[in-house]
Each structure stands twice: as structure tokens, then as C-alpha cells.
Design a protein. Structure first.
Length: 132
């Protein structure tokens, strides 16, 4: 449901195939990051990290298209992830989903989304002609 909701919010900025490629990249980068940097996490099932990454990239597209709400979304997710890293996951969320919340997945998914933004920004800078 979350993927469909984010597609509804930001899908008009891209094609289905690019969105799928972004989804696969975020799946792989979040999983590899968890494997390398969170060895204490033995099991991770779900897409919360990927959803965070999709949210970050969507916020970038909003900013790129001059929607101020993109900045609000980007700051909001940064505050949320930092809060989780400092204080842990919300007990209410864990109770709601009846599972532990993998906050490191949220961090790595968001950072993977940030990496995508940097790659898109770099690509834009390389392909945009300079004016004098």
C-alpha cells in the first residue's frame, strides 16, 4: 500500500520502468547496507527502508518542481530518522505492526534515497549547458 501511495504522490515525475529501477536499487542498497553495517540485525522483512528512500527521492522531485512541501517532507523525514536513531522506535508503531521496527533500515533507505538524489543532481549538472 505504501508503494502505491508514494507512486500516487510522485509517480507523475517518472516512468513506471524508472520507478521500478529505483525500487530495485533501494531494495539492494538498503539490504546491502543492513548486511554490512547492522550485523546485529538477524532478520529483516518488509519494505520500510525502501519506502523511506522512495519518500526522500519524491521530496527531491517536489523541490525540483518548485513545491515547497518537498522541503517540509525532506526535513520531516530527517527529523524522524534522527529521532529513531537517538531514542529508538516508537512503541506504538511496534505494537501496531506486531513486530520490532528495524530503524536501521529506515536510516539506510533514507541514505540510499539521498544517494539517488546526488546522482540525479550530478547528472543534471553534467547535462545542463552552462550559460555565460
Amino acid at each position: 500500500f505504501g508503494i502505491a501511495l508514494l507512486w500516487a504522490l510522485h509517480g507523475h515525475y517518472t516512468t513506471t520502468s524508472r520507478y521500478l529501477a529505483l525500487f530495485i536499487f533501494l531494495c539492494l542498497s538498503t539490504s546491502i547496507s543492513l548486511y554490512m553495517f547492522a550485523p546485529q540485525l538477524k532478520w529483516y522483512v518488509g519494505l520500510s527502508g525502501v519506502l523511506h528512500g522512495l519518500f526522500v527521492v519524491g521530496a527531491y522531485y517536489d523541490i525540483k518542481h518548485h513545491f515547497k512541501t518537498g522541503w517540509v517532507m525532506l526535513v520531516g523525514i530527517a527529523v524522524k530518522v534522527l529521532n529513531e536513531q537517538m531514542y529508538g522506535a516508537s512503541g506504538e508503531v511496534a505494537k501496531l505492526i506486531d513486530a520490532n521496527v528495524a530503524i536501521d533500515a529506515h536510516l539506510f533507505g533514507s541514505l540510499s534515497g539521498l544517494l539517488v538524489i546526488l546522482l540525479l543532481f550530478g547528472k543534471h549538472k553534467l547535462t545542463t549547458p552552462k550559460t555565460t
